[in-house]
Design a protein around this ligand. Sequence first.
Ligand SMILES: [Zn+2]
Length: 404
Amino acid sequence: MNALANPLDWIDAQLPAMREFLVRLADQNSGSFNVAGVNAVGRDMADRFASLGATTEFIDLAPFASTGDDGLLHARPVGRAVRLRKRPEAPLRVFLCGHLDTVYPADSAFQSVISPADDVLRGPGVADLKGGLLAMWAALAALEQSPHRDRIGWEVLLNPDEEIGSASSAALLAEAAARHHLGLVYEPALPDGHLVGARKGSGNFDVVVHGRAAHAGRDFAAGRNALAACARLVDGVNALNGQREGVTINPGYLHGGGALNIVPDLAVFKFNVRATGPDDGCWLHEQLDLLLTRANAVDGISVELRGGFTRPAKPFDERNRRLAALIGDCGRTLGLSLEFKPTGGCCDGNNLHAAGLPNIDNLGVVGGDIHSEREWMRVSSLTERAKLSALLLLRLASGELAWS
Ligand SMILES: [Zn+2]
């Protein structure tokens, strides 16, 4: 068989090697703050792409800043981004991205891949998102076998910090959005194989409450209890749930106090917000202002608020519907009937959309229970989803499908 005659058959033949490579990638821990691990996955993927002849860059990024239990901002280093570019002057320019990091830290108990059943792998990052990295690679390798490949230029960005909000790679994503016509992102497909249309937006907020320490017995009246003030704020923020359609607020972290004979002078509280509409952010900030003003009015208590929306909502707008229609059509050719469903989850697809790039963002493998120690993926979806992206690219390159 001539491999060049049918790049989709070529993809099918890659399945055993892709499975083996995926096990290797997922056995390598790459929690967002495991810099060496993230960089190892980046190097492995760059090696994998080497035969495609793209220019390869390893890009150092600014550290990630977060509020520590001491209430101060701490900078934590992140891994390098990997950027590959091929034919950047081509008439149609496609941006593909996926992240190198996972939610499982270096000391997580979930470290290696097993195969609990035929066609299933369970392991850290097999679905989110390492399987998708391989689907992306195979789709581009198939495109490079096409006689029409010169019509398409592509750029791949493998970022190291998606699971912590992509703050360090945000500028790379925005730059890429500006110079491409459409985007393909390799987050996992939904467990039933369907794809995502609209995504909610997301914001992370940190609240630092300062009070005044005092001896709980000798000098109780001189103390100002930061923990109690913080508890009132947690309750106030949580009570915003149900007040506005499409907005949810999840108090997710609380730290404060220590020895029980000290009135605590510091408490830290963090929460995540999911929102649908463009005005939801304004509403939320008004509500937070009211809560903070009330908290700050208490004698001896002062409250700082940090953070904001990092991922704007991604509506399923007209351009994304058009791209979804092209992908749906490619799916039908491959025997897949794909629906596009809304989700409360969010990813770099939100940010690319906000930067003006139409994109479909869960073109990776089929899997589920992501962000848990039960994370799994369907092995055959490695080639199934690679062919979906490949067919889109091949048809765009040949002119069988048009994007303008
Ligand atoms: Zn992901």
